[in-house]
Design a binder for this molecule. Structure first.
Ligand code: FES
Ligand code: MG
Length: 567
């Protein structure tokens, strides 16, 4: 057993209330025996393992093997591993969008950690929403926790080039829309984009959240980037199980003792330096909220000004997660950021971030993938918040992923009132749209019927794509996939569905974006806006029930992490 002999409450922890505690313990032991456990097994501290394997989650298809490795680690350290299910969120198989269910998964996970006799827990996640949900749950339940991620997919091959979901999915789809490749080729590509177990192969939301979990200190050092199919991933799972047992003996390494304001600031730094997913802004805001730390987008902007982009990965750069792993992964990034980080932040290892940074790197540093501070990919952080008359509570721009000329831009609005309207008209040959226009999508925020899908990456209208237009300013209250790119303004708050100014934009209005000034303005007079506000028809009341009703009644705006107001 590790340091400080793990003495958990074991099977008798937190007894079911029958009004007679001895009867409850006897009954529980009896039912545990029905599963074939020996007295010796039942005397051990219990490590719960939240297994999110699901037939609807391709990214987690290797979890059975990973689970065995976690169990092995728990047993080696003297604990009893007990697997339990929670809901799993497979990104592309959920309707209307996986984000709507992130809070449900967080509640499920939190309550199961709390309700069951668990002394410590390993949370197995990976696909986009699963890790944020588990981190949120870990902070609320505050039981000793190790976060284990599934690891990224390996790349496929197509005509001599590497392919990885899902930046290349978009790149090839855009080429297909522009008639540069034919139906046979797009079908061949379809079979080569996602070919192994694991999460998307680029620095999308899943990889970004894995790097954040590692930086926050809840996942083991180096664990974020190990490929899903690599043997080290199994060793990392084993070590996660072992460490969970060891955590039971400590009194100082619960999630809320690890995820402090300092740890969260470190995570913002890493998010900026890896040029991570815009979705992570929402998730890290929600995680911080669960930790009782207020997030302020002005602070994000200050951090962004001081934190260079160091990682050259798709969707912004050239490489894949397998390259990031081989180049040193998160430990190598932390090393470069050393003077910007709070080095006294703790990790589940029991070591401080400073101590972890001082440890030798396992992989040899590769400067083609992880740059030095002296030669960054970009001197400024990848993400910024903008504010103005169109986004009083802020919006997010991934400046690293945009055509630079578009970051200072004024143009004429071309407005789509909903996703349905967008789908119906974006490719209409008669659509009145020019390359310098600003595409606006309304009613795709958290409270809309679409529930904030990854629709903020509006397609370039087909007739402009055919003319070679690759990027335009696009504004919405939606999100964007972490694997997408472009001059995209997202998460506009307040959203159109709750009457934010985004709802008042009309075709032909002038909109001005200035990333250097951190501004996003609708250049329409206040009197005209007031008239439009008055003329807006009242919102249609929709009959709701079940989770949909809970979600609609309690979900917060993007700047508050789209969490529930009661969580
Ligand atoms: Fe699961 Fe991309 S679909 S991480
Ligand atoms: Mg994604």
């Amino acid at each position: 057993m590790g340091d400080g002999q793990a003495k958990g409450r074991g099977i008798a922890g937190g007894l079911t209330n029958y009004g007679d505690p001895e009867f409850a313990a006897y009954l529980r032991r009896s039912f545990a025996r029905s599963m074939g456990y020996s007295d010796e097994a039942l005397a051990r501290p219990i490590v719960g393992i939240a297994n999110t394997y699901s037939g609807f989650n391709n990214c987690h298809r290797h979890f059975p093997e990973l689970l065995e490795a976690v169990k092995r680690g728990v047993l080696m350290a003297g604990g009893l591993p007990v697997e339990f299910p929670t809901i799993s969120l497979g990104e592309v198989f959920l309707n209307p969008t996986s984000l709507k269910f992130r809070n449900l998964m967080a509640m499920d996970t939190e309550e199961m950690i709390r309700a069951q006799p668990i002394d410590a827990v390993v949370l197995m996640g990976g696909c986009d929403k699963t890790v944020p949900a588990q981190l949120m749950a870990a902070l609320s339940a505050n039981v000793p926790t190790v976060q284990l991620v599934g690891g990224p997919m390996s790349t496929g091959r197509h005509r001599g080039e590497r392919l990885g979901a899902c930046t290349d999915c978009r790149r090839f789809w855009a080429r297909y829309r522009a008639s540069e490749i034919d139906a046979a080729e797009i079908e061949a590509v379809e079979g080569r984009l996602a070919t192994t177990a694991g999460t998307c192969a680029v620095m999308g939301t899943a990889s970004t959240m894995a790097c954040i979990a590692e930086t926050l200190g809840l996942a083991l050092p180096r664990s974020a980037a190990i490929p899903a199919v690599h043997a080290d991933r199994l060793r990392c799972a084993e070590e996660s199980g072992r460490r969970a047992v060891e955590l039971i003996g400590t009194q100082t390494l619960r999630p809320r003792q690890i995820v402090t304001e300092k740890a969260i600031e470190n995570a913002w730094r890493v998010l900026l330096a890896i040029s991570g997913s815009t979705n992570a802004v929402i998730h890290l805001t929600a995680v911080a909220r669960r930790a009782g730390v207020k997030v302020d987008l002005d602070r994000l902007n200050r951090l962004s000004d001081e934190t260079p982009v160091l990682v050259n990965l798709k969707p912004v750069g050239a490489n894949y997660m397998e390259d990031f792993f081989a180049a040193g992964g998160v430990p190598a990034v932390l090393r470069e950021l050393r003077d910007l980080l709070h080095l006294d932040a703790l990790s589940v290892t029991g070591k401080t971030l400073g101590e972890l940074i001082d440890a030798p790197l396992v992989e040899a540093l590769d400067r083609g993938v992880i740059r030095s501070r002296a030669e960054p990919v970009d001197p400024d952080g990848g993400l910024v918040a903008v504010f103005g008359t169109l986004a009083p509570r802020g919006a997010i721009v991934k400046r690293a992923a945009a055509e630079k000329r578009l970051l200072e831009h004024e143009g004429r609005a071309v407005v789509f009132a909903s996703l349905e309207d967008l789908a119906a008209r974006i490719d209409d040959p008669d659509l009145d749209v020019e390359p310098d226009d600003v595409l606006v999508l309304q009613n795709a925020g958290p409270r809309s019927s679409a529930a904030m899908p990854e629709a903020g990456y509006l397609p370039i209208p087909r007739k402009l794509a055919a003319r070679g237009v690759k990027d335009m300013v696009r504004i919405s209250d939606a999100r964007m996939s972490g694997t997408a790119y472009g001059a995209i303004v997202l998460h506009v708050a307040p959203e159109a569905a709750v009457g934010g100014p985004l709802a008042l934009v009309r075709n032909g209005d002038r909109i001005r974006l200035s990333v250097s000034e951190r501004r996003l303005d609708l250049l329409v007079g206040e009197a005209e806006l007031a008239a439009r506000r008055t003329a807006r028809p009242p919102a249609v009341e929709v009959e709701r029930r079940g989770y949909d009703k809970l979600y609609d009644s309690h979900v917060l705006q993007a700047d508050e992490g789209v969490d529930f107001d009661f969580c």
